[in-house]
Design a protein around this ligand. Sequence first.
Ligand code: ASP
Length: 325
Amino acid sequence: MNRLLSSVLAGCAFALLATQAPAQGYPERTITIVVPFAAGGPTDTVTRLVAEAMSKDLGQQVIVENVGGAGGTLGAGQVAAAAPDGYTLLLHHIGMATSATLYRTLPYDTLNAFEYVGLVTEVPMTLVARKDFEPTDLKGLIDYVKANADTVTVANAGIGAASHLCGMMFMSAIQTALVTVPYKGTGPAMTDLLGGQVDMMCDQTTNTTKQIQGGTIKAYAVTSPQRLDVLPDVPTAEEAGLSGFQVGIWHGLYAPKGTSADIVDRLSKSLQVALKDQNVVDRFAELGTAPSPEADATPAALKAKLESEIARWKPVIDAAGQYAD
Ligand code: ASP
């Protein structure tokens, strides 16, 4: 064999090894899940529980990195640009779909920048306010904010966040624009709500349930079709008089585009195991949510969800005509 041929063959063998090795031994080191919002918020809470259970299944540490800002698009962009080696993942919610229309430009191409691992959970929202906010029920709240639209402040986690979407739905339902205050996540927004620096927020039960139960904030409605076991005294928006005000915040786990199919498959299997973990099931229930069923914790289900949700929200966002750069 001449020298050139043998070195070409050696090169091919090396390339083959290089593409196969990561999947065979995977995972060999710590995996990072990027949460595109600040620590202490609802996405962070869900991700930390799932990461802990996946870590048990994968036999490696699974840690969470919070990359808040720009309604979740900053963190998503960071993962889109990461090495597709299975060691950097993204846990994002419905904002992945709404941002595709809300932003004129994004640092990633939503439908082509990621591999899909699976759906994680769908979380109801709650319309809440600081403890000493005057209105006592949803009807009173609507009258009050309409009369005080210039001064009532509504916290959110930036354009593209679930809290932004829910706040917009509320304002559009009552046909009144309120003053919005953006944060890097509803974790820090909750701190300000508790401190009385901001009046209201529409946020996921995974961030509000304990506070509502403890009486440290006021709740006016849940956005689920039925009342929640953990918040039996909080009416659905429908019951309280706001019809059509229903939304569920679905979450998905993604990997950068180009991550090998066997790594994605391993991660998806691990996600399915994690979603049956007793601690995950129990803690999710305490926070007013539940893990996605096994059939939804799959690449195909997440892909279908993202595509259908982009199509669902595009006309709604286009009708509102408010975009971000
Ligand atoms: N999920 C965000 C967070 O964890 C909040 C949001 O989307 O509104 O802070």
